[in-house]
Design a protein. Structure first.
Length: 118
């Protein structure tokens, strides 16, 4: 693993989130009830920001744009919300298999580190 320091631990208190840009990534860092997660800040379907997405009690983030939910640990689709046909054939054919990229995260010496090579 290749760890990259992203922020100080004090900058991400419990039940907060923050977008951090590192290398070619826009990372969404989440502290959900003391559990840390690092995910791509873009929905894998629409490439729109997830920062304002609801976090569910079972550890998923809900896309604020099309309401599909992704597991914060694995990135797997937990709930798929299909597009209505009126939106267009390309949108209606989007693959529900597209996972949200997730990244290993750790706290060391008061800093939050993420492995961007995973």
């Amino acid at each position: 693993m290749t760890w990259t320091k992203v922020i100080e631990e004090s900058q991400l208190p419990s039940d907060t989130r923050q977008v951090v840009k590192r290398d070619n990534y826009s990372l969404l860092l989440l502290n959900h009830h003391g559990q840390l997660y690092a995910v791509d800040n873009r929905c894998p379907h629409l490439k729109l920001p997830l920062k304002k997405g609801k976090i569910t009690e079972d550890g998923a983030i809900v896309c604020p744009w099309h309401r599909s939910a992704f597991d914060l640990c694995s990135g797997a689709v937990k709930a798929w919300t299909p597009w209505p046909p009126v939106v267009g054939q390309a949108m209606a054919m989007m693959s529900k298999e597209a996972k949200l990229p997730t990244f290993p995260i750790k706290v060391e010496a008061g800093s939050i580190w993420v492995d961007l090579t995973a």
